[in-house]
Design a binder for this molecule. Structure first.
Ligand code: DOR
Ligand code: ZN
Length: 338
């Protein structure tokens, strides 16, 4: 029996630039209808020119595929309403990073002084531009996300009309916050549905599973699985597929990021089938996102999968994917509309 999914969306994706962009972008563009593209390049995307030229490079790298890159800006508290208005047609959201919290985030927000953030966040509310947030403090690594919940609450109450997306949530505390505030939403990655810290560091250290936020405890994974598997309307799939060259992962000072783009839909299918909730995958993978990001247009694509083994390549160019060299149990049967 085959499984069919309509217009899959990846609401959090790193495509990088240059050669890496050419390697990874077609892999997402083949199976997904569209993706929200993270702005943490060096330097981060923070001007209209940078955004438009990055978009053009992505379109060039994905030529021949039915795929829409939804572009983001790197949050700065100095963006004016006029500036954002001039970009409104090209912009899906703005991504806020706490300063120094992850890859290329040095220019992010230091301290969360609501008055400093107010002008830009007010303009975003008025223009209906969602705020995507990497929600971690600089506290103890296992507690960073839970500690950040109070900042989400501050943002959600001060800017009740602003749609706030808690990106790549990994804890039960974030899941609980979802239902407390009408304007909080979340993305969940594939890897955080699959692994806990035990898989990363419980045996031999696994650099290809090291990411930010780091995978947490079994009860956190349970909380994530619960909302993903029930198709919770405020939760969307965002892979956070974050490629780094093999030498940057298998090194002293391992870069954070799990590269899942080429196998994400197949493994999600396997997981949702395994937990007898495959009928909810369409909501998690596309429908919820379409409702939350209410003004996006999505290219039509239909992907069919079958239960058939697929040997995951050891590498895509110089990037090692999740499950490299291992067998997964679902394969792509057909893609219509690509
Ligand atoms: O693991 C991660 N990698 N987490 C992030 O927040 C950033 C990403 C990257 O850009 O490499
Ligand atoms: Zn990310």
């Amino acid at each position: 029996m085959s499984i069919t999914l309509d217009s899959p969306l990846d609401m959090h994706l790193h495509l990088r630039d240059g050669e890496m962009l050419s390697t990874v972008a077609p892999l997402s563009a083949k199976t997904f209808s569209g993706a929200i593209i993270m702005p943490n390049l060096v330097p981060p995307i923070s001007t209209k020119e940078e955004l438009l030229s990055y978009k053009a490079r992505i379109l060039e790298a994905t030529k021949g595929h039915t795929f829409k890159p939804y572009m983001t800006l790197f949050f700065k508290p100095t963006y004016t309403k006029e500036f954002l208005e001039s970009l409104q047609d090209e912009l899906i959201a703005i991504k806020l990073y706490p300063a120094g919290i992850t890859t290329n985030s040095e220019g992010g927000v230091a301290g969360f002084d609501v008055e400093e953030l107010r002008p830009t966040l007010t303009a975003m509310s008025e223009l209906n531009i969602p705020l995507c947030v990497h929600g971690e403090t600089n506290g103890f690594v296992m507690d960073r996300e839970a500690e950040f919940v109070s900042i989400y609450e501050m943002l959600a109450t001060n800017f009740p009309k602003l749609k706030i997306i808690m990106e790549h949530i990994t804890t039960k505390e974030s899941v609980e916050a979802l239902d407390r505030f009408e304007n909080l939403y979340a993305t969940i990655t594939l890897h955080h549905l699959l692994i806990t810290l035990d898989d990363v560091a419980g045996g031999m250290l696994q650099p290809h599973l090291f990411c930010k936020p780091i995978a947490k405890r079994p009860e956190d994974r349970e909380a994530l699985r619960k909302v993903a598997f029930e198709g919770h309307p405020k939760v969307m799939f965002g892979s956070d597929s974050a490629p780094h060259p093999q030498h940057a992962k298998e090194s002293c000072g391992c870069a954070a990021g799990v590269f899942t783009a080429p196998i994400a839909i197949q493994v999600l299918t396997e997981l949702f089938v395994k937990f007898s909730t495959i009928e909810k995958l369409q909501a998690f993978l596309s429908d919820n996102a379409q409702k939350i990001y209410s003004n996006i247009t999505i290219p039509k694509k239909q992907i069919s999968l079958e239960e058939k083994t697929f040997l995951v390549p050891n590498k895509y160019s110089n990037v090692v994917p999740l499950y490299a060299g291992e067998t997964i149990n679902y394969s792509i049967l057909e893609i219509e509309g690509d």
